[in-house]
Design a protein around this ligand. Structure first.
Ligand code: FES
Length: 182
């Protein structure tokens, strides 16, 4: 399925409607209330975030209000109510990465790319999440996982900036281990 991550793209609600019809058939209003979070999870799985049109669709289907849906969407940190950037950066905030220089990487991302934790860059190209734990590749510390598959390791602010500029230019995330012994 084609990614539906841009604000300018029309959201195709047909897949969500199909899921709602198939799986979400509450017997009463109490059960409908209990299904809102699960319905939002389905929407996020389909679109990568929960667009306003999808939130309204869920509200209509479950016989509740858009305010109720947004109340839950904003209560749970895992839900996205803005579209993700084209590239997803998962910066490891674990102890080894912290000691090896992750704070300097965060500083660069904040100052030069206006990226905050769980933020999207103004040009919509990058989404940053800071992972509060260990990504399991401490030998690459400090490390960023890019687009869920690639690792940029042994990063310095300069190497990160170069890698990000290459990513923004040609859209391809290459492994960047910078001297890793593999
Ligand atoms: S602490 Fe970052 S990979 Fe382990």
């Amino acid at each position: 399925m084609e990614s539906q991550t841009s604000k300018s793209q029309a959201i195709d609600l047909a897949p969500l409607r199909a899921v709602l019809e198939e799986k979400f058939r509450p017997r009463d209003s109490q059960e409908a209330q209990e299904l809102i979070v699960m319905a939002c999870q389905e929407a996020q799985a389909l679109y990568g975030w929960v667009p306003p049109e999808a939130a309204q669709c869920i509200a209509d289907h479950l016989g509740t209000t858009i305010n109720r849906v947004y109340g839950l969407l904003t209560f749970y940190a895992d839900f996205r109510t803005t579209p993700p950037g084209e590239h997803f950066l998962w910066l490891c905030g674990g102890a080894a990465c912290y000691v090896m220089g992750a704070p300097k990487l965060i500083e660069l991302l904040r100052e030069q790319y206006q990226l905050t934790d769980h933020g999207v860059s103004p040009d919509g190209k990058l989404t940053l999440h800071i992972f509060n734990g260990c990504l399991g590749v401490c030998d690459l510390a400090p490390v960023i996982q890019v687009d869920h598959h690639h690792y940029w390791g042994h990063l310095t602010p300069e190497k990160l900036r170069d890698a990000l500029e290459a990513l923004r230019a040609d859209g391809v995330a290459e492994e960047q281990t910078h001297g890793a012994t593999e």
